[in-house]
Write a new protein. Structure first.
Lengths: 257, 475
């Protein structure tokens, strides 16, 4: 029957896997709520973006082949990250285009790979998640999801459905936070200037928490907010949508004192 | 001009410490973003026009030799001349030869990025000819001994006070106590100074936005009227153009003008769109008696046959500069050569070589804003990435970065090993930061922790934790 639950491979991404497992569990909970059967293949680690953007095409291709092999068996592959999903969706086919054994497989995977929130809304037709969050949140559009995958309205729509949540609009929500992968450590002063501007706008928004769909950007933003002594917390959007905000926010202490 | 692109990090640091510059750039980006969005929204077919513009340029590039030869035929038929120059030296020599043949020393100049690229002003000055910039922004930076910092807004890095100070220094004969307190006063003074230059110029040098093959016309898109005074009043008009400016027809040029003005200055159309077709004809009331086009290859034909040929679609609107957040923080001069911002990050390595320009394609977050607004849809991040690939292949980057990348690659290609590392390391990092939640300093991570704290991990690997949880759930 058509309503059978799709088998979804959850591509956790190396950052969620290593830095914030709770985002992975939140993503899995949302996918299950959207009627999917969630699988987390063990043969996964990274999408190869650091190598790809450093100009190491061969290294990136080799990591891409591993990801294709790990995920091609599922109906969909979903990642709680716009930039990693864009790697699968937009860049794997180009990276493996000249590889006769892998080109078609990369294209097939690309066609069924999605960023988490756009998958929930565009593919699964989710209109509300049933979550509750008492407070106000500022939404930051992470660049890759926004410009490479067109993730713009989907998170805003789902956030609007969260009970108790007030969404604050950032003045330059679509402007880069200055993370940019290795850019932030190769050109730290420029990255700092961009992050400082972003943090200031978030602070001025009066929100309790800032949300985005990419952990890289969130680590940068949370780190900057912490450095300037702001009490505004940063969370991945999946945590709020899944209603799993009981634990500490990104960069928040686990123990008082 | 001497390129300082190799010193980009130091240039950028200096720029970030310049409060006046930061304020000027912040204003540019704030106002440009707003105005460009508004002008695009007023034209429902704007995005379709961008597709058409890209297709026109692609077609012209596919048949570039044909259209350039056709253009030359038409120029000659109208009594003009085309000078084919392989590089900047040949182009400078061609301009000098024309000046010498005329015995001319008074040169008025309209805006031309090619003249910046070939270092024409300095070359002419060394040869006893003093060119005067007549575009207001170019005039301002010339008086200050600076290069333009933006393709269409050459003095955008300056505020009114800085411009006034420059005028006081350059116009020493005027009363030092005069009021120069706003754009109108500055404009009036520049206009008075330039009027004599227009009238006395023997040669007028302009750039060219497009070269129209079907008519042999040079299309000039300007706002101040200086361009037309520059090419109609003197005896000789020299238009400087690089080869990729050729388009087949007037209609094509006008389609490009529609996206150019909107993208460059958020105008629907600029004040002047001039078609210059040959020297003055018998009976013409004005116009030069000789018309020269100095046509520069300067590395373009090499680009034409490369994977980066899409950059030759560029129509020099500067939208990528106006929107780029990196440009918006460091400004054009930090890039160290003629073309700043995303377009410069792609062009400069091609024209100056990878060793001199390796920082420019690296200094991007790949946020994609440039590609989003490019009127001819140049995939700028992809082209920057292709330069990173070339730098990586040539081992031009830092050895430390390369080694770290290799280590990281070795780990993520072995997911079991990756998780064996992630688990213990993240638990230790999480435990040590349990009270603060962040690290204020970490060994080897000074690039990060110099400016921001490093949030501690939660502890453990998600994939491993999931596997444990599912095993526990299993019946």
């Amino acid at each position: 029957m058509a309503a059978e639950a799709p088998e979804v491979g959850l591509f956790a991404t190396c950052l969620v896997d290593s830095m914030r497992p709770s985002v992975g569990f939140a993503a899995a909970a949302l996918l299950e709520r959207a009627g999917c059967r969630v699988h987390v293949p063990r043969n996964q680690a990274c999408c190869g973006q650091p190598a790809f953007n450093a100009g190491d095409r061969a290294g990136a291709a080799s990591i891409a082949r591993q990801a294709v092999a790990a995920f091609e068996g599922f109906d969909y592959t979903v990642a709680p990250s716009g930039s990693c999903a864009a790697m699968l969706r937009r860049h794997f086919p180009a990276l493996l285009a000249d590889d006769p054994g892998w080109s078609a497989r990369a294209q097939a995977l690309a066609a069924k790979s999605w960023e988490l929130v756009s998958f929930l809304v565009d593919i699964r037709g989710m209109t509300e998640t049933g979550a509750r969050f008492d407070g106000s949140a500022a939404w930051h559009d992470a660049c890759s999801g926004l410009r490479e995958l067109g993730v713009r309205d989907q998170p805003r729509r789902l956030l609007a459905s969260v009970r108790g949540l007030t969404v604050k609009v950032l003045p330059n929500a679509e402007t880069c936070c200055g993370f940019g992968g290795t850019f932030c450590v190769k050109y730290p002063e420029i990255s700092d200037a961009m992050a400082t501007e972003k943090a200031r706008e978030i602070a001025e928004s009066g929100a309790d928490v800032v949300l985005a769909g990419d952990l890289g950007c969130l680590l940068n933003i949370a780190g900057k907010l912490s450095r300037i002594g702001s009490t505004i917390r940063a969370r991945h959007v999946a945590e709020v949508l899944a209603g799993t905000c009981d634990g500490p926010a990104i960069g928040a202490p686990r123990k008082r004192g | 001009m001497e390129a300082t692109s190799a010193r980009f990090p130091a240039n950028a640091r200096a720029a970030l410490g310049d409060a006046d510059l930061r304020a000027s750039l912040a204003r540019l980006q704030r106002e440009y973003r707003r105005d460009r969005a508004a002008v695009a929204a007023r034209l429902p077919e704007f995005d379709a026009l961008r597709d058409a513009a890209a297709a026109i340029k692609d077609h012209a590039l596919d048949h570039l030799a044909f259209y350039l030869e056709r253009f030359e035929e038409r120029v000659i038929a109208q009594g003009g001349q085309v000078h084919w120059c392989r590089d900047g030296t040949e182009a400078c020599e061609a301009v000098l030869a024309i000046c010498r043949a005329e015995g001319a020393t008074a040169v008025g100049k309209g805006k031309s990025m090619i003249s910046e690229e070939i270092g024409l002003n300095a070359f002419l000055e060394r040869n006893g000819i003093a060119p005067v910039e007549t575009d207001l922004g170019e005039y301002i930076v010339q008086q200050r001994g600076e290069a333009p910092s933006h393709i269409v807004m050459p003095a955008i890095h300056l505020n009114v006070k800085q411009i006034a100070d420059g005028f006081r220094a350059a116009h020493g004969a005027l009363d030092p106590a005069r009021a120069l307190d706003g754009p109108d006063a500055l404009l009036a003074e520049a206009r008075t100074r330039l009027r004599d230059k227009f009238l006395s110029a023997e040669i007028g040098i302009t750039g060219a936005n497009f070269l129209v093959a079907e008519t042999g016309s040079v299309v000039l898109v300007t706002n101040e009227g200086n361009g037309d005074l520059t090419h109609t009043l003197p005896r000789i008009h020299i238009a400087l153009a690089s080869i990729e400016k050729a388009v087949p027809t007037i209609d094509d040029a006008m389609a490009l003008v529609r996206v150019l003005a909107r993208s460059a200055t958020a105008q629907e159309i600029t004040s002047y769109t001039s078609l210059v077709t040959g020297p003055a004809r018998a009976g013409d009331a004005d116009g030069p008696r000789a018309f020269h086009v100095v046509l520069l290859d300067g590395g373009r034909s090499r680009l034409l046959g490369s994977e980066r040929r899409a950059i030759l679609r560029c129509i020099r609107c500067g939208a990528c500069q106006s929107q780029c957040p990196v440009y918006g923080h460091v400004g054009g001069h930090a890039y160290g050569w003629v073309y700043a911002g995303p377009v410069g990050a792609v062009l400069t390595p091609a024209l100056l070589g990878v060793p001199a320009a390796k920082h420019l394609p690296a200094a991007s977050t790949f946020c994609g804003r440039c590609e989003e607004v490019c009127p001819v849809r140049i995939p700028l991040p992809a082209l920057m990435r292709s330069w990173r690939e070339e730098a990586f292949a040539r081992r031009a980057g830092s050895a430390t970065e390369r080694a770290l990348l290799k280590l990281w690659g070795a780990a993520v290609r072995r997911p079991a090993l990756w998780r064996a590392l992630v688990g213990p390391v993240s638990y230790v990092l999480a435990f040590c930061a349990r009270r603060s939640g962040v690290y204020r300093a970490l060994p080897l991570a000074g690039g990060w922790t110099g400016a921001r704290d490093m949030p501690a991990p939660e502890g453990g690997s998600f994939v491993a934790a999931w596997a444990r949880a599912r095993k526990a759930d299993a019946p």
